[in-house]
Design a binder for this molecule. Sequence first.
Ligand SMILES: [Zn+2]
Length: 284
Amino acid sequence: MDNIFKDLEELGFKNLSDADLFQEKEQPKKKVISKEKEEQLKAQTYIYQRKVDCPVCKHSFHSSTVRSGRVRFQGTELDLRPQYVGFDPLPYDVTVCNYCGYAAINKYFKNISEKKKRAVIENITRNYIGHKYNEILTYEESVERYKLVLLNSAVGGDSNGIKAYICLKISWLYRGWQESLQALEQKDDALLQKLKTYEIVFVEKAFEGFKLAYATEKLPIMGIDEMTMEYIIAELARRLGDSKISKQWLGKVIGHSDVPKRLRDKVYDVKELIKEHEKKSQQD
Ligand SMILES: [Zn+2]
């Protein structure tokens, strides 16, 4: 069939075409937001910029801090790593001064002894090249920041218990990092394997440090009391594949007369995992 407007040519309307009759309404273009960007936008709603005065160099700066009312606590894993719905606040639990390199867990940032201050200036500030972090931290940056906290702690002469606690948290960061990668469509297996190895390195360090702290230091340390520390050591031993040592430490926990239910439940869960593991290794 001819063009339906052909008849109108004589009226002076040439070159009209059928195609002009019905026009599809143009769809608004979908905004393409990358997954990474999406995650960043989401993270933005959980944090705000807190003004901090560095007790070492006296500079003021802003540090990304989690809005405590926003995060929803879900419970703890067997090594007491806290879990939250949809957002991991752990990266924001430390403060780093970009001017002098002093870094500490938020809660303890302000309280620094004169002795540690001198040690930080002497051993950290001298070498430190400032690094400005984005408001939203990646796991890679967070690991770097926590390791700086650990270094500050080591040069500042902190107790083994404190250093072990920081190592435990670094192992949690490596686990969180792995989880974030597992959620991606394309997994980088080589990187995942590397992160798993690093996680275990820090589990090992936490295990050693807590054992020393338990034997020689006054508890509680960083809020960890005696039976909780026994429990953590037991679970870390299990993670390191040492069932025998793990059971010994669980025995210490149960030896207390006043073990709270939440800890008793966890002891039970760890025992079950050990049993499963032993059964499996007998079958192999
Ligand atoms: Zn400073």
